[in-house]
Design a protein around this ligand. Structure first.
Ligand SMILES: Nc1nc2c(ncn2[C@@H]2O[C@H](COP(=O)(O)OP(=O)(O)O)[C@@H](O)[C@H]2O)c(=O)[nH]1
Ligand SMILES: [Mg+2]
Length: 217
């Protein structure tokens, strides 16, 4: 049997699952929305961030990980969507919800402004351990996703691809999209060699992602 490049992350064993569960059993709170590097909270703990196109499911994934439904409301408030939203997960971790990209009709000025902030954040945040790049399991990697991956290639942060909304695709379609995603990831040196398949709706892949994050803390 040949092993595919970029396999799906294996389900955690009992110990790893427990470590992840314990980390995310801790309190989770919205800290602040940030519009400039000067507004970032002190870099006093590890953080992981979630990037992806608008509507890919970033906020839903953070809700599913933390088990806190109300949390996303904070980051889905109109006006908040262009901010870097910080959440605590227990005392030792920040979860960072990045502004969604790929807005069809956002004014160029705004797009340029957050691109600059994103660039500064991804390359300048010492405590950022991993960027999770969310890709819709129905749509695969689009040109704008590829742009972010290129940015990550040059910013010394490993990124890991998370497929979202797994509950919305049938197995055959999923395999097609996976093949496309694998092809895209192969062109990015900063890509972590495992993909996580998730459904925030059904909970698929959430224990796996929790244990991956716990392993980084
Ligand atoms: N069926 C399904 N819908 C999802 C899932 N994750 C997110 N959604 C829906 O997709 C839409 C956008 O989600 P949201 O988390 O706000 O995306 P964001 O813009 O990336 O933060 C919402 O209507 C969610 O309910 C999922 O795993 N399964
Ligand atoms: Mg959101």
């Amino acid at each position: 049997m040949t092993s595919l490049p970029f396999p799906l992350a294996a389900e955690p064993d009992e110990l790893a699952a427990e470590t992840g569960r314990r980390l995310f059993a801790g309190q989770s709170e919205f800290v602040k929305g940030v519009v400039a590097m000067s507004g970032l909270p002190p870099a006093d703990r590890i953080e992981v961030c979630f990037a992806g196109r608008s509507n890919v499911g970033k906020s839903s994934l953070i809700n599913a990980l933390t088990g806190t439904k109300g949390l996303a409301r904070a980051s889905n408030t109109p006006g908040r969507t262009q901010e870097i939203n910080y959440f605590t997960q227990g005392p030792d971790l920040y979860l960072v919800d990045l502004p969604g990209y790929g807005y069809a009709n956002a004014p160029l000025k705004i797009v340029e402004k957050w691109q600059k902030l994103l660039k500064q954040y991804l390359s300048g945040r010492q405590t950022l351990r991993r960027a999770f790049v969310l890709i819709d399991a129905r749509h695969g990697v689009k040109a704008v996703d590829d742009e972010i991956m290129k940015l990550l290639d040059t910013s010394a942060v490993t990124f890991q691809c998370v497929l979202t909304k797994a509950d919305k695709v049938k197995a055959a379609e999923r395999e097609k999209v996976l093949a496309q995603v694998r092809g895209a990831l192969a062109r990015h040196p900063a890509a972590f060699p495992e993909i996580v398949l998730t459904s925030s709706e059904k909970g698929d892949g959430i224990p796996t992602l929790r244990s991956i994050i716990a392993h980084l803390v």
